[in-house]
Design a protein around this ligand. Structure first.
Ligand code: TYM
Length: 320
């Protein structure tokens, strides 16, 4: 089955990116034909510094490979290296109702805050639909915040098929139960734009400090507490075995524990969890030729598939 997903190179990836999405990429790479890419054209809607964008793009490749994405099993590439995607975006755009895009949250949120939105942000979901449809993708592993965009891709594929005949496969989003919406240090969704992220890589001491600053409620720690609604508990669960999660949940329900201890447990568990990836990232950093070669090979493979689907779509609508 063709599985596809993308991540924007807009800075350091965080726990939400990993447990919501990247973890799924890696789980799915063994038994599927995985296509994973770094969405540098989407990042252009926020990063407007050529040097930074180039660096973030390379960093994202290092991150994904260090975390276990295996180029022998899956195809890893950079979005802009497949120009066919931009051509398909235009075809899809001609059949995209304005109202559909007006309802999309990235644009809507910005507009509601009174900020100026550009056409790139407005049409962001159409580029994303092209990303998905051009590889005949069937499953798209993502976090909850991307579900709406995948629905748009499905809608656009459906209406194109209806108008011009069967052309695109209809993709489906895939999310995980406990980590589709990983909370940040303040309990809101973890997101670079909320400044509440815990990064996967970076200075360990610094990350530990950030973990110790996770907000907790003001109720006395002696009082029993329902673990499910607590974001610190949700973060603990990401790294822990079902037995440890049960023990922690029982402790919450009994009361009489210190949040500081839970935070220390989260810090320790997360450091152990990412230790191997951290070491692998350093090795990869010393072997950038291999990373560049991987991205080149990935783009060549992706282009082959993309060219076939683009040509099918062009024929269907009379461009060839
Ligand atoms: P991006 O770069 O914002 O995020 C990458 C992935 O991480 C997931 N994610 C989360 N999951 C759980 N909890 C969180 N707090 C959290 N924060 C982020 C996102 O849902 C996403 O799966 N538009 C996409 C990139 C993209 C794409 C695509 C994805 C471009 N084209 C085609 C899939 C298919 C984005 O901005 O992801």
């Amino acid at each position: 089955m063709r599985v596809l997903s993308g991540i924007q190179p807009t800075g350091r990836p965080h726990w939400g990116n990993f447990f919501g999405a990247i973890h799924q990429y890696i789980d799915l790479q063994d038994d599927n034909d995985g296509f994973y890419f770094i969405a540098d054209m989407h990042a252009l809607t926020t990063v407007r510094d050529a040097k930074a964008l180039k660096q973030y793009t390379l960093d994202a490749a290092l991150d994904l490979m260090a975390l276990g994405l295996d180029p022998k099993k899956a195809t890893l590439f950079v979005q802009s290296q497949v120009p066919e995607v931009s051509e398909l975006t235009w075809l899809l755009m001609t059949g995209t109702p304005m109202g559909l895009l007006e309802r999309c949250h990235a644009y809507k949120d910005k507009k509601e805050k009174g900020l100026n939105a550009d056409a790139g942000l407005f049409t962001y979901p159409v580029l994303m639909a092209a990303d998905i449809l051009i590889y005949d993708s069937e499953v798209v592993p993502v976090g909850q915040d991307q579900i709406q965009h995948i629905e748009v891709a499905r809608d656009l594929a459906g209406s194109f098929n209806h108008t011009f005949g069967e052309t695109f496969k209809l993709p489906k989003a895939k999310t995980l139960d406990h980590s589709a919406k990983v909370p940040g240090t303040d309990g809101e969704k973890m997101s670079k734009s909320y400044n509440n992220t815990l990064p996967l890589f970076g200075n360990v001491k610094q990350i530990r400090k950030q973990i110790m600053r996770i907000t907790t409620d003001s109720r006395a720690m002696e009082e029993p507490k329902e673990p499910e609604g607590d974001h610190l508990f949700q973060l603990y669960r990401l790294f822990s075995s079902p037995e440890d999660v049960e023990t922690m949940a029982a402790m919450y329900r009994r009361g009489g524990f210190g949040y500081g201890d839970v935070k220390k447990a989260v810090a320790e568990a997360s450091e152990n969890y990412f230790a191997e990836a951290r070491a692998r990232r350093e090795e990869l950093e010393a072997n950038l030729d291999y990373v560049h070669e991987t991205l080149r090979d990935g783009a060549a493979r992706a282009r082959e598939v993309a060219a076939g689907v683009l040509s099918r779509a062009q024929k269907a609508c009379g461009l060839r």
